[in-house]
Write a protein that binds this ligand. Structure first.
Ligand SMILES: NC(=O)c1ccc[n+]([C@@H]2O[C@H](COP(=O)([O-])OP(=O)(O)OC[C@H]3O[C@@H](n4cnc5c(N)ncnc54)[C@H](OP(=O)(O)O)[C@@H]3O)[C@@H](O)[C@H]2O)c1
Length: 282
């Protein structure tokens, strides 16, 4: 499938790009500065469109001109506290472009949109996890927008991982496809492997239940990207259309006591990773 990818310079998008190629997709990257794309990707047939991710008309044009059958948004990022307006504007622009593409083509565009765990429902109460731990509120704003868009207008799925940590510091330009199948558990609209621990404590129990578990909610970043790339092959037959998709590593993953801090640190060269290796020059 031809896929328009937004956010390919980011932590998530930089790992999604090689995963898409490994699964046989043709990728059009939409980015603010085309010079930032490692040259290796151009040699592998990746097309670049320069533009801002808040520009609906430019995104729509990139999809139509390049005959993309899908869009994946990894651009923007939800702040832990407060609202990130840029991310909400990006989400609105991408979803508006998708709906406008449908109006032109008379067929919905497949859309994977990066979201987060707070909009998943607590399996015990049915209320969003955000009710108990008020973080990453931009994901809620984005979900409130997308749930009013029918899947006949845009064939959307929201990817709702908690903390995605890379398995390797450097980005593998030719990852092995199929890793997600073995390592990730995925559930529609709820977090997988959720337990009722601490829930029964009076008053603060439901809040502690979320706070205690979310700290151990890790997924390997490469495996998450493999999941999306694999699912895109299903096109409009994907089982995840119209759903929030919760994921978690099947096995306990020893990431060390403070490894979640890694996701907050920066030092970005490309996607928060060390960019190295033969033929990987930028
Ligand atoms: N990382 C995690 O563990 C994690 C966990 C759960 C959910 N998520 C979600 O995954 C998504 C991606 O996160 P991330 O960690 O990859 O974020 P990130 O490293 O901060 O990357 C953000 C990307 O967005 C691009 N961008 C921002 N504003 C833009 C604009 N106006 N026009 C074009 N591009 C723009 C940036 O491009 P430039 O290089 O041009 O700035 C960059 O490529 C977010 O929705 C985040 O909330 C991440």
């Amino acid at each position: 499938m031809r896929v328009l990818l937004l956010g390919s310079t980011g932590r998530v998008g930089a790992r999604l790009l090689p995963a898409l190629l490994a699964h046989g997709h043709t990728v059009v990257v939409y980015m603010r500065n085309a010079d930032r794309l490692p040259k290796e990707y151009l040699r592998r047939g990746t097309t670049v469109v320069e533009g801002c991710a808040t520009n609906t008309a430019a995104i729509k044009s990139a999809i139509l001109r390049n005959e993309c059958g899908a869009v994946v948004n990894t651009a923007g990022r939800a702040s832990i506290l407060g609202t990130n307006r840029n991310f909400a504007d990006i989400f609105t622009a991408v979803t508006s472009a998708a709906v406008e593409v449908q109006q032109e083509r008379r067929s919905p565009l497949r859309c994977w949109l990066l979201s987060g765990w707070p909009i998943l429902d607590n399996p015990k109460t049915g209320l969003p996890l955000l009710t108990y731990l008020r973080t990453h509120s931009t994901h809620r704003i984005n979900y409130d927008r997308i749930r009013h868009i029918s899947t006949s207008q845009a064939a959307w799925s929201l990817f709702c991982a908690s903390n995605m940590l890379p398995r390797t510091a450097s980005i593998n330009i030719a990852p092995k496809p199929g890793i997600a199948m073995h390592s990730l558990e995925s559930v529609a609209d709820q977090p997988p492997q959720w337990t009722d621990s601490l829930f029964h404590l009076p008053l603060i129990g439901p809040h502690l239940n979320v706070a205690a578990q979310i700290q151990s909610y890790f997924s390997p970043l490469e495996d998450c990207m493999d999941f999306i790339a694999e699912d895109l092959k299903e096109g409009l037959n994907s089982q995840w259309i119209g759903q929030r998709v919760g994921v978690k590593a099947k096995e306990e993953w020893d990431v060390g006591p403070w490894s979640w801090m890694n996701s907050l640190s920066d030092g970005t060269t490309w996607g928060g990773a060390v960019w190295k290796g033969v033929g990987n020059e930028r």
